[in-house]
Write a protein that binds this ligand. Structure first.
Ligand SMILES: [Zn+2]
Length: 170
């Protein structure tokens, strides 16, 4: 059996349980019962305000935000659950780093908790480039449930893929 795309790093028994939920058509129900709240972030301007508010609360001292946008071409997995680029510009001889945050468009319609989780992830990258221990400490500082949310986000993405495959074969 092929490993599940978003759950490749998890034990086979976890993946088997998820496959079972998909086969029983229950994964979507399980997720929507747990993550019932939607968010109201519809466009890039609202996303910027949302990210800025989280940054003000948890990472006031980090460098100012650069551009913040939804990106329809971003693949969540390939870009390790979001993306993070540092664009360096020279301002009067000084090198300034500005942070651009791109959030995959799939989060526009995702439950509120998943948007918060991915924004926390991207904000943590303003301080830590890699997915190392310090990075995840920052994530759990901003969102104590971070690890559970990241796992459930992987389930959500798995569910979306399963739905897409189902509608293709109908
Ligand atoms: Zn990352």
């Amino acid at each position: 059996m092929q490993p599940l795309k978003y759950l490749g790093g998890y034990p086979p028994e976890v993946q088997a349980r998820v496959r079972e939920l998909i086969a029983q058509d229950r994964l979507g129900t399980v997720l929507s019962a747990k993550y019932a709240d939607a968010h109201a972030v519809r466009n890039d301007g609202q996303l910027y305000t949302y990210v800025q508010a989280l940054k003000d609360r948890h990472m006031r001292k980090a460098a100012p935000l650069g551009k913040v946008v939804f990106d329809g071409k971003l693949q969540v997995m390939k870009h390790a659950l979001g993306t993070h680029t540092t664009i360096s510009r020279v301002h009067g001889g000084r090198l300034k780093a500005s942070r651009e945050i791109r959030i995959a468009s799939v989060f526009r319609d995702a439950p509120a908790d998943f948007l918060r989780m991915i924004v926390v992830h991207e904000l943590a990258h303003m301080k830590e480039a890699d997915h190392n221990k310090a990075f995840y400490q920052l994530c759990t500082h901003m969102e104590p449930d971070y690890h559970q949310l990241e796992f459930d986000l992987r389930l959500y993405l798995t569910h979306l893929d399963a739905m897409r495959e189902q509608s293709r074969s109908d």
